[in-house]
Write a new protein. Sequence first.
Length: 625
Amino acid sequence: MDDSNLGKLARIPSAKLLDRIAEAIELTGPAKIFIDMGATDKAEIRQAAIDSGEETALIQEGHTYHMDPVKEQGRIVANTYYIKDEGSNLSALAKGMDRADAYKEIRNGMTNIMNGRTMYISLYTRGPKGFPLSFPVVQMTDSAYVAHSAGILYRNDFEGFFEQMDLTDTYFTNLHSTGTLDTEKGRIFMDLKKETTIAFEVSYAGNALLMKKGHHRLAVNRAVKRAIEEGEFDTLSEHMFITGVKGPKDTDRMTWIVGAAPSGCGKTTTAMAGDQFIGDDLAQFLLVDNMLAVVNPECGIFGIVKDMTAESDPNIINLLKTPGKEAIFSNVLITPEGEARWTNDGRPIPEEGINFQGNWTKSMLPDTPISHGNARVTLNSEDIANFANAKAEASTGVEAKIITYSGRDPDTMPPVWIANSANEGVLIGANIVSATTATEVGADGSLKRAPWANAPFVPSELGAYMQSQFGVFNNEKLKEKPLMAGLNYFLTDKARGGESDKLLGEKQDVKVWLAWLERFKHGEAEAIDTPIGKIPTYEKLKDLFSELIDKNYTKSLYDKQFSLYLGNIISRLEYQREEYGKIKSSQKIPDLYFTELQAQIDKLNRLQAEYGDVITPDQLLATAQ
């Protein structure tokens, strides 16, 4: 280690942290150590990523691209493990490996893996400085690309790290090496006891940059343990966007909406649809001062580019057209001119280029798409026009007024509905069903359960996590409970009597669904009562479509979208009852879930007996009168 980096290391006041760093260096055997001080070292790390070939500069100033191995275009779920101790209880959706076996694999896989390479050591905070749950993180990696990406996505703050360590009384660790990029040997481990994550033989940011979904798991674990072991139902760690929606033109009201969706199901688009946004992927909640405050652990975006156009995501496209603004593309198509392109980008299809599979030509369509379905772009949030920088960096967070849950559901639930109670709101989250997406290796598009869009990241029993949800949203300390709702942008024409697989709506419609929730929250919109909750009236939606996106919203489309297909909904809820019933004992699913679910099923059965499989909004109105 040279004198400069040795001097930086000497500024670390924590003996425990220095020991952790020394252990990682001894295990991996790097040739050099680079201590990343943040802004002053950012350009050098970016250049190192280019010099190493991990990134390549594009024609537009500030843009680079990175390609991951063909077999590692998403999270390697099959090789992701929690390190188990005797007596530890994991989620039914989690994979575990005994501690001794796990560390044997880690030693076998990582001993001297950084030989001849540079280890980049960086200190970050997962959230704004001063927020009690902005956990500090130390990352050690031999990938300049991973270090470069992390510097965009997280707050790189050497001095702030130690302030947050004092405030939170902990820190998280991530150790990563690309190795030889042998995906078959790729492994990801999460040690809840040591609050550390370890990954090797991987480069996809979702696998390597474990401050994201790896450390999210550590934060979830802390929140659930606080609820179940300490009886304090005051914190949640969720897979959610945070966006602000303005009230009517004659007000200056801003309402913060926080919403869950599985990866690849519209979180970024929904976040961008807000008048201001704070985050598109993760949210950390804390009940404080009688309100539910929320912050984004991140300060950047790692967004899916498929279907991203000037019409659907104007703020991001405008940023990408601005020279000098930083962007890292991954697994997109690169044209001979050095431009990044992707599937359904709203522009004429290029004739040729290079993508993650190699050389590509237009003649290879439709069998070989332009880019991978999980192709991404990494951006600084502060560079996006509608980013609420001051709110995002506030140590108090913002108040979560509305909570939404959504999935890629083609045939069952309406575009938007509001839970009648906090308990029913928890059910909406627990009952998310979604088509699998390209964010996971091996996904085939089939429908599967996706509880809260967060279950893959829940280490403990699902019942403990569910109990924490019931506890937080019913907490008597909440002066005003957030409105809880469901969203579904993926209802198809075929599912409502048509012949095509096209969506019944458009991406831009999300502005209207969010605005209706905002107006209802403030008593400025009426609703129709149904067994699953409240749905909008046609008149209010028609006005909002015209006002917000200048679209003529027809009654026939409204009836297609908001008629309840009772048979489908009943089957869906009975399926959830059966699946949760299978794990009721082993995962400690609360009785409250089954009680609330059965009450909904009973109401739906009564409606079905009177009206048949489909009931229109007009008929629902009549039943309420």
